[in-house]
Design a protein around this ligand. Structure first.
Ligand SMILES: [Zn+2]
Length: 391
């Protein structure tokens, strides 16, 4: 039975962030939930996702801390019983990456605090992203400066120190996150760059962080949320960018430096061609409208890429030749059509009504002209005009 007076779970990661395997006694087991007398598994805490790994040969899905006890949520019920020892092994690749992100965040936050006076008021470290929230506005220049200083601190390769301080001692030391803490305080210090109260595992020397890259920043609750990556994850990000840029340059048969200008030119060329095509299509459509023999029946034309104004002009051209419903449909069978329908001797709203009823079309207008959209094939639309709207 766990009660709050029992000895809490010992945190191996407090003393040794580099311990990968350990043996510990199970003090409480309930279904797939195992609590040990000590553990190297870091639980979900302070915005950081928990360690992964195996306990007693079973995959650890989640690690939570409740009332000082660390709960390992396993993939299935364990073979070991309360009072027995179990072997634990954490996923080192995952842990070390978290140590890189987390320690990099310390340096970055310490630098922002010293340099610009803003506090870190939130931290998220998950598989998807690493973000730090500051209670002040940080522009591009400030972020670039902080990134450069953080990388200088990484290159300086200063050792980290863990100091446990009590009461008065803690009051005398200058460190971040001072306000909310009582009793014994665990301070993590990276030389003169940063000192911060923290419970998570950190790297031994700043050099192990490898590098720190600011990816982006957004306004957040009157301050700034900054997305960063460190170490291996920063390298993977760079690898991905490098691959995309190299592939794009190859495709455009240019150098990586010229990719941006090359894309701008291609974009301009495409816009020019689009405009030329639009003009030609319109000319062709007016020729088609002029070729429609005069008479009393309905006539509809189909084309892709026509805009509202052109569709109305074309409809007017058809109305000069036909006394029935005259329509222009722009689009394709897969995505549907926008339409304009006009009539001289009929109420165009009647055509819109039939399309609405039969093909779920949307739209409306005046007796002389309606416009709308319909998701149907050319064949279906033509049939409506032949079977339902023909005099
Ligand atoms: Zn920390």
């Amino acid at each position: 039975m766990l009660d709050s007076s029992s000895v809490k779970t010992g945190k191996i990661y407090y003393e040794d962030a580099y311990r990968v395997s350990f043996s510990a006694k199970a003090i409480h087991i309930e279904g797939r939930d195992a609590v040990l007398d000590k553990t190297a598994f870091f639980p979900e805490e302070g915005g950081q996702s928990p360690d992964r790994g195996f306990l007693g040969g079973i995959r650890v899905l989640d690690v939570k801390i409740r009332d000082g006890f660390i709960h390992h949520i396993l993939e299935k019920e364990p073979d070991f019983a309360e009072g027995e020892y179990a072997e634990g092994r954490i996923d080192w690749r995952h842990r070390f990456s978290n140590m890189q992100q987390h320690s990099g965040e310390h340096l970055f936050s310490g630098i922002i605090c010293k340099r610009f006076g803003y506090d870190n008021v939130g931290f998220h470290l998950s598989e998807k992203e690493v973000s730090v929230d500051f209670n002040g506005t940080l522009g591009e220049d400030e972020l670039l400066k902080a990134e450069a200083l953080a990388n200088e601190a990484i290159t300086a390769n200063v050792p980290s120190e863990i100091i446990f301080l009590e009461g008065q001692e803690a009051d005398q030391l200058e460190y971040r996150s001072k306000l909310s803490l009582k009793g014994s305080v665990r301070i993590v210090r990276f030389g003169d760059y940063d000192a911060c109260a923290c419970c998570a595992p950190h790297v031994r020397r700043t050099g192990e962080i490898g590098l720190l890259k600011v990816l982006s920043a957004v306004s957040w609750k009157g301050g700034t949320r900054v997305f960063i990556l460190c170490g291996r994850r920063a390298m993977e990000y760079f690898d991905q960018d490098h691959e995309i840029l190299t592939r794009t340059a190859k495709y455009l048969t240019t150098s990586r430096e010229e990719v941006y200008n090359s894309v701008l030119r291609a974009r301009k060329e495409r816009d020019n061609l689009k405009e030329a095509l639009r003009k030609r299509t319109l000319e062709l459509m007016f020729l088609k409208a002029e070729a429609v023999p005069e008479g009393s029946g309905n006539v509809i034309l189909f084309e892709s890429g026509l805009e509202g104004d052109s569709m109305r002009e074309l409809t007017n051209a058809l109305l000069l030749r036909r006394r029935g419903f005259c329509g222009v449909f722009s689009g394709n069978d897969a995505e549907g059509y926008n339409f304009v329908i006009g009539a001289r001797n009929e109420d165009a709203r009647k055509a819109a009504g039939v399309l609405k009823e039969r093909l779920n079309a949307r739209g409306g207008g005046k007796p002389e002209m309606v416009q709308g959209s319909v998701r149907a094939s050319q064949k279906e639309i033509e049939n409506i005009f032949k079977l339902c709207l023909q005099k």
